[in-house]
Design a protein around this ligand. Sequence first.
Ligand code: PHE
Length: 350
Amino acid sequence: MSQNIAELKQEFAAKLAAADSMQTLEEIRVDFLGKKGSVTELLKSMKDMSPEEKKTFGQEVNVLKNELAQAITEKGEELRRAELEREVASMPEFDVSMPADLDRGSFHPITLVQRECETIFKSMGFHVEDYAEIVSDYECFEALNIPKHHPARDMQDTYYLTNGQLLKTHTSAAQNAIYKKYRDDLVNNGVPIKAIFPGRCFRNEATDACHENTFFQMEGVMVDKNISISNLIFFMKTMLSEVFKRDVKVRLRPGFFPFVEPGFELDISCAICGGEGCPSCKHSGWLELCPCGMIHPEVLKAGGIDPEEYTGFAFGLGLTRLAMMRYGVKDIRDLNSGSLKVLSQFKEDK
Ligand code: PHE
């Protein structure tokens, strides 16, 4: 291996080991792999070499490039995990060891957040729908443009039942039934479909402070003629401003879900730093809150709606995450613990 490559590797390893934020990591990536980065410079230095030398050197640099990219990805995952733990640690405190106050009952924090969202959406003309927890493969996947053996199924580790049904992995599993329920009113009477459907979801996740195999989402859909991304942004912004009791800024980033096209991740401006950047928002000024997008034509078709005539948006709000943010619950497992010590602390919000 050439001297330069060995030196560069050493320098990279030292910098990578010292990196303690995503921002520094990104700087390292640009320094080494960017357009003007050291690796690109190495490639430029090849121009005076003989064809033979070029070949071996070029291969070495390519191997190096892949190695560095891989190391950056791994470090990124490590930093993201650490930042998530810091985020959780910086949340407001509630006391897990307080004695239970059993004089009167109280609502579960997720119920409180759910009801608040329901009130807001009802005031904007949305129906609130309840839906089953055990659903068919068709409802959870096929009707959502995720055929059998599609790699997108890997994103959701599913509990299959022996009778061929499954525990729903996301509230999107109710979309098909909702379209079918309201489609006649849409087509015959011109009534837009506007519905939200909160529900419990299940995924076979290894549990830790941030992951549970059982969690709550709230799905929302709107279908009508000429629905566009601006409608989606308007409804999300209005809802989130009500929930957070302030005017929130939102931004959309591309995100992939087979049942929306285009698909987005919706972020809100960080309340803690006001968008300047802090550990809670991973120094980006934004918090990831809600995947969403324009409903895929195949999904509308499966619901009996002509995508040439109608369009719509869908979103999947993480209710459990919202409740954790709102009430400063650091460990997601407390929410399913059934512990009265924990749960009786939220009663003043009733
Ligand atoms: N169902 C998706 C999930 O749980 C979220 C989603 C809902 C994305 C609606 C886009 C539109 O991962």
